[in-house]
Design a protein around this ligand. Structure first.
Ligand code: CA
Length: 668
């Protein structure tokens, strides 16, 4: 989510701790409501007809309204619902109502609320205002029954590429026909206006393993009836959690189209050996009183302050209440649905610490039952205070309490490039001293290591991860300045070449660190966002990737390709236990600031390389280091990197160029 990309200050945590004592009567009345765990909520079509089941325990009446079209038409039928099991209301008709649309309406406190498509609409029409009844068998592309994502040994084997659909394909130079659409990623053989590979061919060339797509469920802010106006939004304003976003389809008014096209995208990526990670935002909704949650079970799904106002840990006007059983069931069943119906390979939870650890554990466990390959990670922070007790929040500091969940390391991020919100601040890779120990925390993926002093950590003071598989390392994402913009601002006066060197050093640290590397789409060709910090609703002219940069910055792109190749070829960078890291990683004593030197020793994690030596020089001066004598292959030197090596050295005294990485490897 935008704006909130840092660790909470201790004062905010204290406020949370005080608020937790104020359990109000509203809260306990919600806890006593019956939950419904069945997966047949809202709509089931089978041989006995069309069946509706709405969870709305406090309603005094409920009805289903049937339409022939997705908007602008009068109802054609109305079905009164009767009270059913566990807070649900039911209605049925004997026919399969394929092709029809519906909404629910409930009576609450003597008043009929506005119509809603419900919270479980799996197919919707334009702008998601009416749910659709369709035959899902018609939404599967050819070969879907055999479709599978790539196999991984652990999340440490994953290389994540974070991408917005419009950013990736909408620029005039992309050579892609379906600009800004799911289908963009199904186009093979696309080339930029200067002849470089774009689209899915570009992803294959780059060598990432998984694409993380920004929110692709149906969100609120882009008017799907006005697509020619090309409005842009990141999509962190959820409306229907269980249907794809219409503006990414070629026809939002046909409910099957967005589903089919999203599946076509997923299948094309899977066929290319690339996994698909979905960004999910269950922590808040776009609207408050008129959200689908509020219109089906008023009050139940949210947290409130003592004065009855919406609590707002999301910074977006409200926060959901995962500790309420029906909300917990909802999150768990929703991700399960995406995993089963859409073959999603991983989930990224926005502002995950708004959720409780019990919910996140249930999410991970349920997904592993669907497919043991699925992984989950999230932002281990909130954007404001919450009534949820700190010890229950899915914070990065609580990640050890969560099985199979990883968190973003803001430690490495801020230490390498400088503070995320202070534009001019520099970091280790841009010459600012004092970040060395925090970079080391990133290298060992926030696990306990005898040579890392957590008391000197900038953002965290203890080894919060119990395994490297709990950490996502990165230096930038869609939030905040792109790496390019951050370098442009903080390195003012330096040349473009010097900035690209700094980017290469920064990403070399990310890609060789333990944990899982994550990169923002386009950084491999030094894309920027026009120097703008928060671009969530800025136009394509700010957010789109200009693919001619791939030609201009070809050397940069090649470096990134070598980075992915290096990481994939060497399990030493992908250890899975804290014990292995503590055993195999040995830091060297070095003199002076902005210099880190370490070895990954003894064929770590089964690597063919006996020892890998990594030296990072974040200063603008050349530095001298002593390398043990031996038969070393040079992997990286002076801003160049070749995974297969570029010459040899006998070690001894070596000079490491300014703002660069020196990587050496020996097999004996
Ligand atoms: Ca939408």
């Amino acid at each position: 989510m935008n704006l909130c990309t840092g660790t909470l200050i201790s004062g905010a945590l204290l406020c949370g701790a005080m608020a937790l004592n104020a359990e109000n009567s509203m809260e306990s009345s919600y806890a006593s409501l019956p939950a419904y765990a069945g997966e047949d909520l809202e709509l089931t079509v089978n041989n006995s007809g069309t069946h509706f089941r709405l969870w709305s325990p406090q309603a005094t009446a409920a009805r289903v309204i049937i339409y022939d079209t997705d908007r602008n038409t009068a109802p054609t039928a109305q079905l009164n619902m009767t009270r059913g099991l566990q807070g649900t209301w039911t209605a049925s008709v004997a026919d399969k109502l394929y092709g029809k649309f519906y909404t629910f309406q409930i009576q609450h406190n003597g008043k009929w609320l506005d119509e809603t498509p419900g919270v479980w609409a799996k197919a919707v029409g334009t702008n998601g205002r009416r749910a659709a009844i369709i035959d899902f068998a018609t939404t599967n592309p050819n070969g879907w029954e055999n479709d599978k994502g790539p196999k991984i040994g652990s999340i440490a084997d994953v290389i994540i590429y974070e991408m917005h659909h419009r950013d990736f394909s909408v620029h005039t130079t992309s050579g892609i026909v379906n600009k800004g659409k799911f289908l963009a990623l199904t186009e093979q053989g696309t080339r930029s206006s200067l002849g470089d590979k774009t689209g899915i061919d570009h992803l294959k060339e780059l060598g990432i393993t998984h694409v993380h797509i920004l929110p692709s469920y149906d969100y609120n802010s882009v008017d799907e009836s006005q697509l020619p106006s090309n409005k842009y939004n990141w999509g962190y304003d959820p409306y229907n959690y269980n249907a794809p976003e219409g503006s990414y389809s070629t026809n939002p008014s046909n409910p099957a189209t967005r589903i089919l096209e999203m599946k076509q995208m997923i299948k094309a990526l899977h066929d290319a050996g690339i996994g698909v990670i979905m960004d999910v935002v269950y922590n808040h909704t776009a609207n408050n009183d008129d959200s689908n949650f509020s219109l089906t079970a008023p009050g139940y799904y949210y947290r409130y302050r003592q004065d009855g106002s919406y609590s707002d840990a999301s910074g977006c006007g409200n926060e959901t209440a995962s500790e309420h059983e029906q909300m917990r069931n909802y999150i768990v069943n929703s991700v399960k649905y995406w995993a089963e119906e859409y073959h999603i390979d991983g989930f990224r939870f926005d502002l995950m610490a708004i959720h409780d650890t019990e919910t996140m554990n249930k999410v991970a466990k349920t997904l592993k039952e669907v497919n043991p390959q699925i992984f989950v990670y999230g932002e281990g922070w909130t954007c404001g205070d919450s009534p949820l007790p700190v010890e229950h929040r899915a914070l990065k500091e609580n990640v050890a309490k969560m099985e199979g969940i990883a968190v973003f390391s803001d430690d490495l991020r801020d230490a390498v490039k400088g503070h995320y919100s202070n534009a001019a601040d520099r970091g280790f890779a841009t010459g600012k001293p004092g970040n060395e120990e925090t970079v080391k925390i990133g290298i060992v993926a926030s696990t306990a290591h005898p040579q890392v002093d957590y008391s000197k950590g900038n953002n965290s003071k203890f080894a919060y991860a119990s395994a490297p598989t709990q950490i996502i390392n990165y230096v930038s994402c869609h939030d905040d300045f792109s790496l390019t913009d951050k370098l442009h601002i903080s390195m003012e006066g330096s040349s473009e070449d010097e900035m690209m060197r700094a980017a290469r050093l920064a990403q070399t640290i990310v890609f060789t660190s333990q944990g899982t590397p994550f990169m923002f789409a386009g950084e491999e060709i030094f894309r920027d966002k026009k120097g703008i910090h928060n671009t969530y609703n800025r136009p394509d002219s700010v957010n789109a990737i200009d693919w001619t940069l791939k030609n201009k910055n070809a050397e940069q792109f090649n470096y990134y390709c070598e980075l992915t190749k290096l990481r994939k070829a060497h399990p030493a960078f992908r250890m899975t236990t804290a014990e292995a890291i503590a055993k195999h990683i040995v830091f060297d004593k070095v003199e002076g600031d902005n210099l880190i030197s370490y070895s990954i020793k003894d064929n770590a994690n089964g690597d063919e390389w006996k020892e890998i030596k990594l030296v990072f020089n974040g200063s603008t001066d050349a530095r001298e280091v002593k390398i043990k004598k031996g038969e070393w292959t040079i992997i990286a030197q002076d801003g160049q990197l070749k995974a297969d090596g570029m010459g040899t050295t006998k070690g001894g005294k070596m000079t490491i160029a300014p703002t660069s990485a020196l990587i050496l490897a020996r097999v004996k």
